[in-house]
Ligand binder design. Structure first.
Ligand SMILES: Nc1ncnc2c1ncn2[C@@H]1O[C@H](COP(=O)(O)OP(=O)(O)OP(=O)(O)O)[C@@H](O)[C@H]1O
Ligand code: SF4
Ligand SMILES: [Mg+2]
Length: 322
């Protein structure tokens, strides 16, 4: 499927629809001729380029949530750091939250720039085996606002997948914005031929978050993205002074574990609301070096994700040889 042109009007029925170029809403659109010819329905030639570029990336994992602010970027960053604790694994983190890129800050990379070379865009390296790419590296200042409509955002996501020189990578973690919007559809579409191992769904325990997260699971099922599992974030707060544990976000409908059971998806684990996590995100510090309770929980979750990816690999090998 080809991209929607950047100049497509808001009411565009979709260039791949049967009515493209012929619908009444297409009247006056500068793309009418090209859409009516069916050219826009032709397979996107960039998909082959993305597949070639990502052929050296073993596992591709999306981090998703229907809800904003539940910790997708934190979980993506912590997972990338945790996976890269193994020096023999190369890990890459791609931030496709075009309008709200928080990964540069969380990873302590604010002010870094992307370099161009003959082999493409070079990601920014946190250390030898951990590479990061984000629209945040392309902005003059972290306070700059990116006010882009769908097609332009999709174009940048495509560039990130097609033009970034990721090199030999074991895990590519993709941090996404909340919901099921253009960015999600694009990344799923662009990675279709390269293959996505699956999605890690992040939620907080309260029903108002779970409500949106169930929709995200339905989205994954609709677009054929396997679900590696659900991470419950900011689950409980253990007071460092009195040691009392408080559920700040009440799990009134049983929390993420119950939701995962109801939706028949794996539950990967629960991360507490930990002030050190919040501080390390704000200050771009690396918590993974500190083997405390929260970091150990991340190590467990990362190991479950690695196992789930290996399982998917085996299934694919069986399917290929069947
Ligand atoms: N386990 C945790 N303990 C304490 N604070 C946390 C934890 N997880 C995330 N936070 C804090 O919650 C805030 C939101 O987290 P984050 O930016 O990762 O959410 P998000 O889902 O990516 O948001 P958005 O939907 O805007 O992309 C941040 O300030 C982060 O530091
Ligand atoms: S002509 Fe094409 S781009 Fe323009 S509104 Fe119709 S389908 Fe969309
Ligand atoms: Mg985020």
């Amino acid at each position: 499927m080809a991209d929607v042109p950047e100049n497509a009007p808001e009411h565009c029925p979709g260039t791949e629809s049967e009515d493209a170029g012929k619908a009444s809403s297409c009247a006056g659109c500068p793309n009418q001729q090209i859409c009516a010819s069916g050219q826009a329905r032709a397979p996107d030639p960039d998909l082959g380029k993305i597949e070639e570029r990502l052929s050296c990336v073993k596992h591709k994992i999306l981090v998703l949530s229907g809800k904003g602010g539940v910790g997708k970027s934190t979980v993506s960053s912590m997972l990338s750091k945790t996976l890269s604790m193994d020096q023999n694994k190369n890990v890459a983190l791609l931030d496709i939250d075009i309008c709200g890129p928080s990964v540069p800050r969380i990873m302590g990379l604010e002010g870094e720039n992307v370099h161009h070379s003959g082999s493409g865009w070079s990601p920014v390296f946190v250390k030898d085996n951990l590479a990061v790419m984000s629209v945040g590296f392309l902005l003059a200042s972290p306070d700059d606002a990116v006010i882009w409509r769908g097609p332009k955002k999709n174009g940048l996501i495509k560039q990130f997948l097609r033009d970034v020189d990721w090199g030999d990578t074991d895990y590519l973690i993709v941090d996404t914005p909340p919901g099921t919007s253009d960015e999600h559809l694009s990344v799923v579409q662009y990675l279709k031929t390269s293959g996505i191992d699956g999605a890690v769904i992040v939620t907080t325990p309260q029903e108002v978050a779970l409500l949106d997260v169930r929709k995200e699971i339905t989205f994954c099922r609709k677009v054929g993205v396997p679900i590696l599992g659900v991470v419950e974030n900011m689950a409980a707060f253990a007071c460092p002074k009195c040691q009392t544990t408080t559920r700040i976000f009440p799990p009134s409908t049983g929390g993420a574990e119950q939701m995962a059971r109801d939706m028949h998806v794996p539950f990967l684990g629960s991360i507490p609301l930990d002030p050190r996590v919040a501080r390390s995100c704000d200050e771009g510090l690396d918590l993974s070096a500190d083997l405390d309770v929260t970091t150990r929980l991340y190590v467990n979750i990362a190991s479950r994700i690695m196992d789930a990816c290996e399982e998917k690999n085996k299934e694919n090998v069986v399917m290929d040889t069947a």
